[in-house]
Design a protein. Structure first.
Length: 472
């Protein structure tokens, strides 16, 4: 099996398996925590095609974001300033890659842990990957330094509305419930992940991979001579810094997570600060869809910011329009495989909520007795494996948990997310892992060989922490 196609084959096998299961198992649904049987719906060949179309429709914003990020880096790979920035950064961390990895995973994971989006930092991932490959590090190390921070951030979610928003809605729990326990899990994940990543880096010290920029159409050489010294980096540094700040401010739900209303109130005042007649000028100029910092809960704004930033950098270098379009096209083609993988993963999600045989299994596993840490964990892993998006499982089964867990509800929610986290780390349906492996052309089997020690250590330590918490 070619490493570029193994992820597609795995997902297709899972989809076919779900089709077969729909012909065998009864279906049901939870209505406010009460299980109800529904008529069995057998999935046919045409239904698969319909579900693929539905998956693309519901997730067009994320797919567009993935493609635009690729297009932007296709342009940047031709930028003299960007290539010099890569070289300068690579030289800066040379011999200190372990420190750089610790810094990148901490910054990205902390932001992801408290933000309302999973893929916000994808904007900066290709740059980090390029820098580590530029210094001769292997692709798993480059993955750990970039995508790894996003993975740790989700696994150790704290104030994240992406991870906990729907469960909060279903159970009326506050965003800061058991926040101390959540941060303990976050730091366990961060420390263990960095430890095993650094051990792997030391084992694979040097890799001969001349094509360090995956968007470049030719082998790049380090700029030499006086000409390269005249290239000023401050324009690209300013644009990158502004982009980073905007993403951080916009993707953290300040009001719900921290009770900070200054951004929402300030934005509302700004929109209505100047009127032409009865029309608020700035509100009309920005458009109805543009929201205040903390309310950016989809990828459309991210796509817009990334695209505009790239245009500014291209203009600053007086890049030819035709060259810009050609390079943008090259970048999109590079990310097309990621978009296909994302679409297939989301097809599994759509099928799991359209043909609901999973609730029937959940009812059997929970039974009539009181749920405990083991069966909640097992059910969470099962549900998350197929539903992928934590929102659906959290919302649907959150009502069920709220009816049976009583005083231990908050604990059960952390346990539930723990199961979802294990799926995100290991499962062949983990959209984050599959995107990372596809981007870097790493076989899924190789990922399992790399990550199993972290997964086992993380599972054991967190399980001990949860058991101690439950008996206190």
């Amino acid at each position: 099996m070619k490493k570029k196609s193994d992820k597609v084959l795995i997902l297709l096998i899972i989809i076919v398996g779900m089709v077969l299961v729909s012909w065998i198992l009864p279906q049901g649904e939870f209505s406010l925590g009460v299980f109800e049987n529904v008529d069995k719906v057998r999935v046919g060949i045409f239904d698969i095609f319909v579900n693929i179309c539905m998956a693309l429709y519901y997730n067009y914003a994320d797919i567009l974001f993935i493609l635009i990020v690729g297009g932007c880096y296709g342009v940047l790979s031709k930028s003299v300033r960007y290539r010099k920035l890569v070289d300068k950064t690579a030289n800066l961390i040379k011999g200190k890659e372990h420190i750089a990895l610790i810094v990148t995973t901490f910054v990205i994971s902390l932001f992801t842990s408290i933000s309302n989006q999973l893929f916000s930092m994808l904007v900066f991932v290709p740059f980090i990957v390029t820098v580590f490959l530029r210094n001769g590090k292997d692709r798993l190390t480059a993955l750990a330094a970039s995508f790894g921070g996003i993975l740790v951030g989700f696994v150790g979610a704290t104030f994240s509305t992406y991870a906990y928003e729907y469960i909060k809605t279903a159970t009326a729990l506050e965003a800061n419930s058991l926040i101390g326990l959540k941060f303990i899990i976050y730091f366990i994940a961060l420390i263990l992940f960095d430890l095993f990543a650094i051990l792997h880096m030391k084992k694979y010290k040097k890799v001969d991979d001349k094509k360090y920029d995956l968007f470049a159409t030719e082998v790049l050489e380090e700029p030499k001579g006086k000409k390269s010294k005249k290239v000023k980096l401050w324009p690209i540094l300013v644009v990158s810094a502004v982009l980073f700040v905007l993403i951080v401010l916009g993707q953290i739900n300040w009001e719900e997570s921290f009770g900070v209303e200054v951004f929402t109130n300030g934005f509302n005042k700004f929109q209505n600060s100047f009127k032409i007649g009865d029309v608020p000028f700035f509100s009309a100029l920005l458009g109805e869809q543009f929201a205040a910092f903390g309310k950016w809960d989809n990828s459309v704004v991210l796509s817009f910011l990334a695209f505009v930033s790239t245009i500014i950098i291209a203009i600053s270098e007086k890049m030819d329009f035709k060259d810009f379009v050609l390079r943008f096209d090259v970048g999109i083609k590079k990310m097309l495989r990621l978009a296909i993988i994302f679409g297939l993963v989301q097809t599994i999600y759509v099928m799991s909520i359209t043909y609901q045989w999973i609730p029937s299994i959940v009812t059997k596993l929970f039974g009539t007795g009181e749920p405990n840490i083991l069966n909640i964990l097992v059910v969470s892993i099962l549900v998350s494996f197929f539903t992928i998006n934590p929102g659906y499982g959290n919302y649907t089964y959150g009502y069920f948990l709220s009816t049976v867990m009583g005083e231990k509800l908050a604990d059960s929610i952390v346990i539930w997310h723990f199961g979802t986290a294990m799926v995100m780390i290991l499962a062949p349906t983990s959209m984050l892992v599959l995107l990372a492996l596809t981007y870097l052309d790493i076989p899924y089997k190789k990922w399992l060989k790399y990550i199993w020690k972290f997964a086992l250590s993380f599972f054991g330590l967190v399980l001990i922490v949860l058991l101690v918490k439950l008996v206190m």
